[in-house]
Design a binder for this molecule. Sequence first.
Ligand code: AHR
Length: 516
Amino acid sequence: MKTRIITVAAGLVAATAFAQPATTNSLVIHADAATNRISKNIYGQFSEHLGRCIYEGIWVGPDSPIPNTRGIRNDVVAALKQIKVPNVRWPGGCFADEYHWKDGIGARAQRASIINTTWGGVVENNHFGTHEFMDFCEQVGCEPVICGNVGSGSVQEMMEWVEYLTSNADSPMANLRRRNGRDQPWKVRYFAVGNENWGCGGNMRPEFYADNFKRYNTFIKNYPGNNVYRVACGASGEDYNWTKVLMASAANQMNGLSLHHYSLPSGSWSGSKGSATAFKEDQWFSTLRNTLLMEELVTKHSAIMDQADPRKRIGLIVDEWGAWYDVEPGTNPGFLYQQNTLRDALVAGSNLNIFNNHADRVKMANIAQAINVLQSMILTEKEKMLVTPTYHVFAMFLPHQDATLLPSELTCEDYAFDGRKISGLNVSVSRDPAGAVHVSLCNLNPTRPARLRCDLQGATPKSVSGRVLTAADMTAHNTFDHPDTLKPEPFEKVEIAGNGFTTTLPPKSVVMLEFK
Ligand code: AHR
C-alpha cells in the first residue's frame, strides 16, 4: 500500500492572505505495515555539458585561483557531499548523443575541440572527460550514471567505452586507460543506452529504438567484477505507447526504463515558459499543477510495465525532472540558467514525495540539473557559490535515503485557484534503521495554513522534532549577496497527541518531522 491521497473541496476563502483559516486535514500512517526500501538513488543528480554546469560549476581547471582538487571545485564537492548525493548522470542529456568519449581522454592540451551544437553552439574543449568525471564522482562519493551515444555514435564506440571504464584485462581499451594514468578499472553500475531517442537523440520511432537498444545493449559487456544495470531510453511525459513498445519488445534485456517530465508554468514548450522569480499566484499554481502530473505519469507508466514485469524487476528511472523556466535576463538562452525560489522547494518536495511513495517501481531519479542549469542545487558566480531552496529540500529529505517506506493515507483539502484545483498537501513517510519515523510534508497553498491530525498506527512516538522551509514571499530566493534568505528553520508547531500528532503547516512550506 502506498500513500493514498483523498482530497475534499476547500472551505470559504477569507479576504486577506494571512487572515485565512487553516484547512483541516488528516493522515493515517501504517508504521506496522512497512513496505519497500526507498532507494537512495531517487536523490540523484544530473550534470550535462550544458551552459555552466560542467565548466565553471564543476570544472575550473587545476590552475584556477578558485580552490580545487585536480581541477574540480572544492566548494561544490563539499556541498554535494553534505546532501549525500548517491549518483550523478553524465554527460547528457541531448549532449550525450553527440558526445564521442575518445575526444575527452589523454593529455588535455591535445584533446579535440568540438561545437556543442545543442547548447548554445559553444566550443567544447573536452577538458572534462571520462577521467575527470570519474574523479568528480570519487570526490563526491557517488556512483556514476553514464549515458552512451546511440544517436550519432557507433555500437563499437559504446562497447569500447564500457571496456575502457570497467575491464581489467590486457586488452586494447584497458591498456589505453592505463596509458592515460588509471591502472585499475572503475566500477560503473549504471549505463544508459541513449537519451531522448524519440527527440534530440535521433527522432526515432519506439520500434526502431527498441531494436537499436537491443543491438547496442548486446555489446555492453559485464567485465569481471562489474555488472551493468542497463537503462533503456523511456518516454517523454504521457507517451504511454513508447513504454508499451519498449516493454513488449525489450523488457528482458533492460534493468531500467527512463521517464522524463519537466514542470513548466506555461505547460507549453513554445513561447515563454514564465520567469523563475517574477511570478504571481497563477504561475505558482500552474507550476505545481504540472508538477503533480508526475503522480499520474509514474502510476500509468508503472501499470504498463506491470503487464510484462509484474514482479517489478525493472526500475522506472526518472532521470530528468524539475522546473523549467525562461533563462535569467541577459544570459545565453542556450545555457538554461535559472534562479530557484520557494516555488522550486515545493516542486522538489512534491516530486520526491511522489517518488518515495512509488518506491516499489521508481529506483532512481535525477533532478535536472546539479549546478547552474534548470532546477539546480547550486549556483556559482566565479569564486562565489550559493545553495538553493531545492538543495535545502534534498538536505531535509536525507533521512528518506534507503529508509523503509511506511504506507500512509492523506485526506486533505484542495488548493483551488481560478476555477481549478489540486491536492493541497502531499506527504511521504519512512522509518530509518534506528526506528525513527520521518514524515515529509508539503503545503502547496500559498495563503492558507494546514491543520493536520495524524494517527500513527503501530508506533508510539515519545519525542518529535522538525524543520521547515518557508518564507513570507512565494518568490523568495537566495542571491550571491544574500545567500541565506531561504534556509530551513526549526519547526515547533507539532505536538504528540496519543498515538499520533497534530501540527499546523504554514502556507507554502516544506516540513520534515522526526519521531522517535
Ligand atoms: O536537461 C536539459 C535537456 O532536457 C536535456 O539535455 C534533454 O535530455 C532534455 O530535453
